[in-house]
Write a protein that binds this ligand. Sequence first.
Ligand code: SF4
Length: 390
Amino acid sequence: MPWVHLHVYTDGKVTPCCSNFLHYGRVNEQSPTAIFNGRPIRAFRLRMLEDKKEKRCQSCYQIEAAGGKSIRQDTIERYAGQLPELLQNTDEKGTLKGGTPLFYDLRTSNQCNLRCRTCYHGNSSKWFKEAELLGRTAAPQAKISAFEKISCADYIAETLPGVEEFYFAGGEPLMMEEHWQILDQLIAMKKFNTLLRYNTNLSTLQYKGRNIIPLWQQFDHLALGISIDAFGAAGEYIRKDLRWSKFMENIQTIKTLLPNAVLRFEPTVSLLNIFRLTADHQQAIDQGWISPNAWHLNILQRPDLFSIQTLPAEQKRQVETQIRTFLDRSDSVLNNSTKEAYEGVIAFMKQADLSSYLPAFQQEIIQLDQLRKESWADELPELSVLMPAD
Ligand code: SF4
């Protein structure tokens, strides 16, 4: 990662990736070129070259140990061709001669139009009012933005010619001014071969009167990771403010107008959807919404109260059986990577016993149900095994 990538988080910190919060620098203090050869990233490169384990890379190591594919492995795979030259251009101080990022992961603000149960104000401006009521705001105002002194477009401009890939996440990238500015910049430069990757809730294709489709149609490579944790009313319950019918309409629009776009559903695997995960996957295959392996499992790591490690032992056994039955039944259509991802879910779930967080989970569900005037029993009745008896 430190040879190709910079991750900009909503608070303005620049880090090695979305899971490692080693502080490289801040966008309001240093240019991306300075950060890309600054002291922290050079030291990090040297540690990697010495094959030393980096404690902040824990979440990748954990996913790998559980049999899953980590961001680290995924990135190394994509940039394998360039790595020998990058390593050759790295001197004994860890400086990458002439190096600028090939790949940005930008989370320029927490601007979002949803307030998912497993999310929080730091990642969603829409969470702000409820966070205030619950006393857990991440800042005194709804919007938290990485770029205060300089626009994102100006900030990355000097490195833009060398960029091969953007990953836009959030918040919701389609709700972010910065994302639209970068696309306009890339189009002005005719950099149509830039790989555009997203994590989007796909709840809307519009922003301030503009439609994203004509912009996306100009690029050669578009990959949409679509966050959807459950289907129908259950999805609307977990991902508050999502309208399922609009979401499905947007999927259809993309399939029709962007036939070459790579689409995959990316459920965040938590206590909320673990019992229906394989049934939803099956439904997505049966309905032809996605191809069988366009199903990427993001295992929720934080907060603990939503982690599948919080399941009691009996429910862990039940989930494991459910997954194994699904894998057996779908053996001929699932590839190794999808099967391994499910194995990763089982391994992660069994790796630790966090069942002591169950009361906190129950309290969170009840508290938010009261605030939102809705009920888990209506939309996720399978949670009854985890909730207190009336
Ligand atoms: S769509 Fe993403 S950023 Fe928005 S509330 Fe949901 S999880 Fe958070």
